[in-house]
Design a protein around this ligand. Structure first.
Ligand code: NDP
Length: 284
């Protein structure tokens, strides 16, 4: 019987990338499912994405994750995009199949899955997103595509925020409104889900939190954060103290990783093992 000594290769391209824990989680999942896959965490500097994407083809890699600063630039090296990635205009994962590179964005889907795991549906809901960067775009568009009624976008730069609002209004069925983030902004009374999508609170700046009027967070409101290192952010602490149901950024990270795993392997991801591996990694 002939043996196969060739492992399937996946990985992440980004810079900075050294502290990205995704590989540990994916490798644990591959091992648990008995799959001969390797996840390589690769530093690809800004300006070097063209040869890196050519290498995905040349090395017959199964796919890659893209992170800062490549999520938008990668579009020009892809053959096909998922409908959501096309609207968002950014890709965080690529599948290489039959010589074609297909791009998807699993960031927003990861958050929606972590909401669902907590019994929270975005359908028919009014949601406020803090920020208008890459994560905010994915969250705003995916929540709108998943049936949210209205998406407020609050941002400190008007142009970027208004652009996302126009995108949601034009390409989805959801209503959308821009909130200029100047000083301490309040959460509008009709908001049911508040999604923090700025980089505030990310390690080592764990003492930072978004400048909002925390007293406008009502008991029972769902409040989530994208920050996963450390997932116990000051922002979520303030929300919890006001009686909100809080959802941290670890779930989003795990669920987008699980989705990537399935898109590459065709196998259901061992989410519990991925969760335990990441928690251990973060000493939680
Ligand atoms: P970007 O740099 O694209 O966006 C950052 C956003 O934060 C921008 O809207 C920026 O506003 C805003 N911002 C920065 N400083 C402030 C401030 N002082 N007050 C208000 N807003 C501010 O980053 P990403 O969207 O790619 O990532 C954001 C965070 O999400 C990162 O910490 C990342 O680690 C995390 N993330 C987590 C994931 C997960 O799975 N849990 C997945 C993806 C990302 P402006 O640009 O207008 O100045």
């Amino acid at each position: 019987m002939s043996k196969n000594y060739r492992a399937e290769l996946v990985g992440a391209f980004g810079c900075p990338i050294d502290e990205n824990p995704t590989g540990v989680m994916e490798e644990a999942a591959f091992a648990a499912m008995g799959l001969d896959y390797r996840y390589l965490t690769i530093k690809v500097n800004k300006g070097d994405l063209a040869p890196a994407m050519a290498a995905v083809r040349a090395l017959n890699m199964r796919g890659v994750n893209l992170t800062i600063p490549h999520k938008v630039e990668v579009l020009k090296y892809l053959d096909e995009l998922s409908p959501a990635a096309e609207i968002i205009g950014a890709v965080n994962m690529v599948v290489h199949e039959n010589g074609k590179l297909w791009g998807e964005n699993t960031d927003g889907k990861g958050l929606i899955t972590s909401y669902a795991n907590e019994g929270v549906s975005v359908e028919g809901k009014t949601i406020m997103v803090l920020g208008a960067g890459g994560a905010a775009r994915a969250i705003g568009v995916e929540c709108a595509l998943a049936g949210a009624k209205k998406i407020y976008i609050a941002n400190i730069v008007r142009e970027q925020g208004e652009e996302l609002v126009e995108l949601i209004k034009k390409r989805t069925n959801a209503a959308s409104e821009f909130i200029m983030w100047e000083g301490s902004i309040g959460v509008p009374a009709d908001v049911e889900i508040l999604a923090q999508a700025t980089s505030l609170g990310l390690y080592p700046n764990v003492h930072e939190k978004p400048d909002i009027d925390y007293n406008t967070i009502r008991p029972g409101m769902v409040v989530s954060d994208v920050i996963f290192n450390d997932p116990n952010t000051l922002f979520l602490g303030e929300a919890k103290a006001r009686g909100a149901k809080t959802i941290n950024g670890l779930g989003m990270l795990i669920n987008q990783g699980a989705l990537n795993f399935t898109l590459w392997t065709g196998v259901e991801a061992p989410v519990e093992i991925m969760t335990e591996t990441l928690k251990k990694e973060f000493n939680l």
